[in-house]
Design a protein around this ligand. Sequence first.
Ligand SMILES: Nc1nc2c(ncn2[C@@H]2O[C@H](COP(=O)(O)OP(=O)(O)OP(=O)(O)O)[C@@H](O)[C@H]2O)c(=O)[nH]1
Ligand SMILES: [Zn+2]
Length: 353
Amino acid sequence: MTTLQSYGWNEHFMRHFQINPFPNLEAARVLSIQGFIHLLITETGHMDAQLAGTLINSRESETCPKVGDWVLVKRYEEEGMIIDTLPRLNELSRKAPGSQSARQVLAANIDGVFIVQGLDRDFNLMRLQRYLHQIVQCNIQPVVLLNKKDLVPDPETYRQQVLDLGYSCPVVLTSALYPMLQSEWTSQYLQPQQTYILLGSSGAGKSTLLNNLLGYQLQKEGTTSAANNKGKHTTTARHLVLLPNGSMIIDAPGMREFGITVEAGKESANHPLIEELAPQCRFGDCTHQHEPGCAVIAAFNNGSLPELVYRSYLKLLREQYHFQASESDKRRDERRFTKMAKQIFKHRKNRKY
Ligand SMILES: Nc1nc2c(ncn2[C@@H]2O[C@H](COP(=O)(O)OP(=O)(O)OP(=O)(O)O)[C@@H](O)[C@H]2O)c(=O)[nH]1
Ligand SMILES: [Zn+2]
């Protein structure tokens, strides 16, 4: 197997690579991004690279390479220049933090997402539903990892609460302090040449789980606060790493916000319990908020639809409305991107490209 194949190179990317119009380019995968330096894996090893002017000038930050992307790169002695991004198989996105309507791509070409929640104060069904909603919307398969099972006497009751949300994804109890417990689910859910990402709040145990899988300690910057269960931001950037079993994992920094985006016409999608009831509503376009003859409201009123699910649905609906509403954020994002482009050009001038 070639180096690129071991990092997930497949027919889809090969096809697009072969029809690219530029001569003398190599294919590479983005492993991490630090400022404007992109760490790539190429057929012959690692390489640092920067974005070509055309990519910077496209002004659409979503289409710029993200961790997990396959790119076309031109080699200049030690460093490379990224000329283009190969079409993605999928992208994991969220609403950009602090904005109302901007979408932020977190990573590209992802086969599965592990949503990690600790069974300490981190456990939160409402937050879990937000993750599930967004990941399913991105067309990616989620697995819920309930970590720190050693901290509670009845871990199975937590698992049951997650199952009761009605999603068909696996829900796994584990503890990063007992690596033996990990091997039970890793052999099932981590497949060679597939790329996964660990998502969850800071302190949920993502890095500890990953270090166990790697068999060594990944360098961490910053420190964790032991004073409360919340922890601090310790993982500072997304990194794609190859595991001994041949699968790949991206360790994402703990997130304070996981905003949801929306696809037009799919406002109520990805709520399995609500989708199940919707066909019984009187109106085909029922939003399940105030309409007469609504089966969802009826189920909520008679207690058969859990309050948490309905509350979460209404909250997501409101967020989706805001997401669609504002255009000014998009303009603000563009300004931010222009500023970054200026910095890059300045840096490149100093390096005499
Ligand atoms: N009791 C217990 N503690 C755990 C477990 N997993 C992780 N921890 C502890 O929880 C703390 C946070 O773990 P990390 O792995 O740093 O959490 P993280 O999700 O990577 O956090 P960020 O890097 O900030 O996103 C550390 O002190 C770990 O030792 C577990 O299964 N049980
Ligand atoms: Zn309805």
